[in-house]
Design a binder for this molecule. Structure first.
Ligand code: SF4
Ligand code: SF4
Length: 140
């Protein structure tokens, strides 16, 4: 993953789990939808009902339903009051890469204190990992 070559000092402020909106959501990859409900000890159906919302996306070839984590007042439903993630050990793939955000536009998000002075390699956005992940999302 990209983060392996980029050092970030995380102060556990929780800022990258806030500011969530429909345009800026935590997408769930098929792997996330397998792992998270299993770890929580609930069915996929229950997980979707309690913790997810969905959006219809139309690609060239088909219509898909993508799932995202719910949020309340802009905060992820799994963010605790102390700024920590309730499901950290099995958090979504997108969160494993936080605070770097690149899934939708290939650009870095510099809005967090911890990302201000990062040095990002020029080829940072072109990765086989990303293609594989995006394929898993759109070709399921
Ligand atoms: S915004 Fe940065 S410092 Fe704050 S929790 Fe996220 S990664 Fe850590
Ligand atoms: S799942 Fe955890 S790491 Fe991801 S946005 Fe929610 S609280 Fe943050």
């Amino acid at each position: 993953m990209h983060n392996r070559n980029i050092k970030i000092t995380c102060t556990k402020c929780g800022d990258c789990c806030r500011g969530i909106s429909e345009e800026h959501g935590v997408v769930l990859f098929p792997k996330d939808l397998e792992i998270i409900p299993t770890e929580l000890g609930i069915s996929l159906k229950e997980f979707k009902a309690r913790y997810c919302y969905s959006q219809q996306v139309t690609t060239k070839r088909k219509r898909l339903e993508l799932y995202f984590l719910c949020y309340i007042k802009g905060q992820c439903i799994f963010l605790e009051k102390n700024g920590l993630c309730q499901i950290y050990e099995f958090r979504p793939i997108q969160c494993q890469r936080a605070p770097l955000q690149f899934f939708w536009n290939g650009k870095l998000d510099y809005e967090y204190d911890c990302t201000k002075n990062l040095k990002i390699p020029n080829d940072w956005t072109s990765s086989a990992d990303d293609n594989e992940l995006l394929n898993s999302l759109f070709n399921k």
